[in-house]
Design a protein around this ligand. Structure first.
Ligand code: AMO
Length: 459
């Protein structure tokens, strides 16, 4: 009977015993009568040694990414042969039998090194291959841990997980950046965020959270925008003070970053990024105060600007780092004009709103607000922003039948991942990024006929 498969991480318990491992060939080192290769499975990487001429020949014929099953004896390596850089560098499997389960094509580029030296277009053109590189796959271990922590912290706030549609009747975040779809004989849209559904469900469950896809027909190509992003949203009912929302978002934002950095310090080290500066109290600034600070530091006049641009966000984060030893800063009270229709204007000064962004290491990673929960006020706010209430009948119904004062926020999962690992481009933090020019493969290479996506319409 064939021996049961073991995982590489269990090898320390099998020293001196026979084990059968299965995985992918990483790098092959053939030296005539003896040969070695590194084997990768989901739990780690281990060196395999072939010390007979037959086995050595078989190993010499292996290629990176071939899938193999290897039986052998797990051995401690001699003092001089220990690899201190590898987790299982003090042991190896001395092979007795190698079975090839799948042969891979020859690599189009070298995948063997610690770093994967390819440009971004190549990284994405060969995504199902490049994701196998140890450093690239680590990005998504961090991402999974962030989502995990988000769920855990949202539950600590007593929120219920909900699953919401991504086909909607209208735009949520503003008119133009929306993908229309043909829906039988009708027109529908891909949701720009889970916003409307999470708000409706506050009328049912009080406190909800969701991890959902959001679609934005972003007509520009930047390092921080995807056309399909993952949003991690929370919405909370019975808000009595605006500050409760700030406390909640900072609790989740700092908690996620702190816990994931502690759990995965090894990956942060691999990416040569510093441990994040997570303060016990996140500095808070109003939008206007933040502008003043940027003006003082840069000499730029921002008094006529209604939003923070990417340079301003970077500058404010530098300030927070210098003055508060914090990689986080919360900005509140953005101009009402610049926020979505559901945002509650500050009753004390309606030109500004009870809204906020959370910045982390120079980038907006979250945005949200207290909401308008009064039906009449909501309909007027829609009309003032040229949003037709007719497209939001079901949403508005929720505000006619018992909606408590409420508010919420949304984290961008790819942006969080990008900033925690200091990646240069948000596309690196998406398994299969979509942008104006790419849906898996580059559109220019594959679509002879123009397709009906809005990304193309916007070009
Ligand atoms: P907003 O549009 O600011 O707010 O989005 C919330 C967060 O989602 C991320 N994000 C993106 N990430 C990558 N590419 C994009 N195109 C993209 N767009 C957004 C950002 C951003 O901070 N409904 C509101 C939230 C709320 O009020 O609760 C909303 O969607 O990290």
């Amino acid at each position: 009977m064939t021996k049961q498969r073991s995982l590489i991480r269990d090898c320390p318990q099998h020293i001196g015993q026979e084990a059968r491992l299965s995985g992918w060939v990483q790098t092959v080192r053939a030296h005539g009568k003896i040969a070695f290769f590194d084997l990768r499975d989901r739990s780690g990487i281990l060196q395999i040694g072939a010390f007979t001429p037959e086995l050595a020949k078989q190993v010499a014929d292996l290629h990176p990414q071939d899938v193999v099953s290897v039986t052998g004896i797990v051995k401690k390596r001699g003092e001089n042969y220990i690899n201190p850089d590898a987790v299982f560098g003090d042991m190896e499997l001395e092979a007795t039998r190698i079975i090839v389960l799948h042969r891979a094509l020859e690599m189009p580029f070298d995948m063997g090194g610690k770093e994967l030296h390819v440009e971004l277009p190549t990284l994405l053109d060969y995504r199902s291959l490049t994701l196998k590189h140890h450093k690239i796959s680590s990005i998504f271990i961090i991402q999974a841990a962030l989502a995990d922590q988000f769920r855990k912290l949202a539950r600590e706030l007593d929120c219920l997980e909900i699953f919401v549609p991504t086909i909607a009747a209208g735009a949520t975040e503003g008119g133009s950046e929306v993908f229309p779809i043909e829906y039988f004989e009708h027109r529908a849209f891909l949701t720009q965020s889970p916003q409307l559904y999470k708000q409706m469900l506050v009328g049912v469950f009080e406190r909800v959270f969701t991890i959902a896809k959001a679609y934005r027909a972003e007509p520009s190509v930047t390092t921080r925008h995807l056309t399909e992003a993952t949003q991690m949203d929370i919405e909370i009912g019975f808000i009595e003070k605006f500050e409760e929302l700030l406390d909640a978002l900072e609790f989740v934002g700092t908690g996620m970053i702190k816990n994931v950095s502690e759990q995965h310090g090894d990956i942060l080290k691999q990416f040569e990024v510093a441990m994040p500066l997570v303060p016990t109290t996140v500095p808070r600034l109003t939008f206007r105060k933040a502008q003043e600070i940027v003006s003082q530091r840069t000499g730029r006049d921002l008094s006529k600007e209604l939003d923070l641009n990417p340079e301003d966000e970077k500058e404010i984060c530098e300030w927070a780092k210098e003055k508060h030893k914090s990689d986080f800063v919360t900005i509140t009270h953005f101009p009402t004009k610049k926020r979505a229709f559901y945002t509650l204007p500050d009753p004390e000064n309606p030109e500004y709103s009870l809204s906020y962004d959370l910045l982390f290491r120079g980038l907006e990673i979250l945005s949200g607000s207290q909401r308008i929960h009064d039906y009449e006020q909501l309909v007027s706010a829609m009309k003032a922003k040229n949003v037709s209430p007719d497209n939001f009948a079901m949403y508005l119904m929720a505000f006619q039948y018992g909606m408590p004062p409420e508010g919420g926020f949304s984290f961008g999962l790819e942006r969080l991942t990008m900033k925690l690992l200091e990646l240069a481009n948000v596309r690196e933090a998406s398994l299969f990024p979509r942008d104006m020019e790419r849906v898996d493969m580059r559109l220019s290479l594959h679509n002879e006929e123009p397709t009906k996506t809005s990304g193309q319409k916007n070009q």
